[in-house]
Design a protein around this ligand. Sequence first.
Ligand code: 1Q0
Length: 215
Amino acid sequence: AGTEEEEKFSLKEVLDTFKLCLSDSKEIYLEQYVAGWRGLVRLLNSLGSVFGFISSDAVNKINILVAHLKGENGSRYVTVQSMVAYELENDLVDLSKRGSHPESGCRTLLRLHRALRWLELFLERLRTSGEDSKTSTMCSEAYNESLSRHHPWVIRKAAGMAFCMIPGRPAFLEAMNVGPPEQVVAKLGEALPLISEVYQITEDLYSRHSLMDLP
Ligand code: 1Q0
């Protein structure tokens, strides 16, 4: 019985990991950042197997970052800031075209970072939506304003088809395991500023180092 419980998504848990992400000096702990994504992937998996191609890409990215964290230079990967500094100082990032570092921490995290913007936009819509709003519409609008511009046509097409399979608003809110819809909405209100802050700090860091277009 245990495993099913453990696999269950909890919004609170995701919220907590994103909270723990930020140090007092606003550095982002990679371990917690990755843990936040793990929780989101769990939710995505609970929504159905049609999202498998999305969650497997996310898991792949998560695993790359974990391998860096656990690797021999793991101590340089404790925060996103230290990772960026370390990889840039040691020429471990392909800056303009794919080369010998296809799995740099910087380019890998950038993909999740862009997806975090989608999440922010989607959750804001979800939070402020009326009872009969369509989750699939909210999802694709958020996608079109963020991630889509980084995706080739085939991926946009596949994503569009997956969005049609998202459960409706009541079932979606239910999947968060928080309680009645009003409570979920309140929790989302708590989660959003945190997600936005983590997003913004990463965004500033990446643009300061001109890392926004890493191949
Ligand atoms: C509920 C529906 C979820 C929809 C997720 C939106 C994102 C769609 C992305 C679809 C593309 C995935 C296929 C692979 C793409 C890669 O080519 C791309 C680029 O990587 P690379 O190595 O080829 O350069 N990868 C990405 O852009 C990363 C995509 C990661 C998406 C992770 C989505 C995790 C979703 C979590 C569900 C959250 C549900 C919301 C409720 C949260 C409550 C706090």
